[in-house]
Ligand binder design. Sequence first.
Ligand code: XMP
Length: 328
Amino acid sequence: MARRLFVAVGEPLVNDPASFVEEAIRKLRADVPERTIVAASGGIDSTVAAVLTHRALGDRSRAVFVDTGLLRAGEVEQVGRFFAASHLPYHLVPAADRFFDALHGVGEPEEKRRRIGETFVRVFESEAEKFGCDRLVQGTIAPDWIESGGSLRDTIKTHHNVGGIPKDMRLTLVEPLRDLYKDEVRAVARYLEVPDSERQPFPGPGLAVRVNGPVTPERVRRVRVANAIVEEEVERAVAAHEIAPPWQYFAVLLPVRTVGVMGDNRVHGEAVVVRVVESVDAMTATAMALPRPVLARMSERITRALSGEVVRVLYDVTDKPPATIEWE
Ligand code: XMP
């Protein structure tokens, strides 16, 4: 079990995040004698790691945000706004072709994660070379490496930023948040004036784990369209006080051929699953009971926007356990 830095006895936290930040900056300066890049995904963990590194090293650090081609609709712009609000300068790397090449013909979920992890590392290696450094700062937090089998437990899943790292990586990893849990990262974020992320939790491997079966640009486009509709409808229902804000809500594309009707014809298309869950820490989750009209609107809009490509919409009613939140 990781050492807790702040011992939470109710609120507030016993130790001051200020002392964590001071110590982290001192350690970053020691661990990075020259320059480093920082893997910045737009999530709260990597943003806090990037802001800390920028405080410690200034222009000797460069936050790198990779457009994998597996991001959600509008995400590049949304992440850009979040970095701006966090006062974090960053470097955007367009790399969709590299990720789709690496995923070509791969359907097995753990192999997808492995290839995505490896592609991230190859992209970071070339960015590090351009920046003239051999260090990579990552926002890994305690549950990431615990779930990836870093302790004595079995691997629950291979987080791309831990188990997916190839053995021959040419960069030295620096992980300033390694001992923190999520609530502690949030406390540090508040102290550093990093705003709450607009984003719900989003897995590092992106839409690739929400496309069951082969990952092609075409199939990722389908799940991206469906996902945007699920997000809009959930957010509309929250704003109208029809439902409480869920923990996570998204679409998954299934590799089935199922039949629908278009006019007088039978057409075969794929199926989309809608997943909306309530949770506190993602370790357990409950499928949310969405009002029937919300589900009906999602189904109608998804099958219309993806006419002939997706002919059926399903709702996942399974809790975690026995299922997980993601489908892969
Ligand atoms: P599961 O599917 O295991 O997901 O119930 C629990 C939480 O973790 C997120 N998740 C990931 N996050 N890299 C990440 O950074 C990953 O490979 C990954 N897989 C799942 C998931 O979205 C949920 O919030």
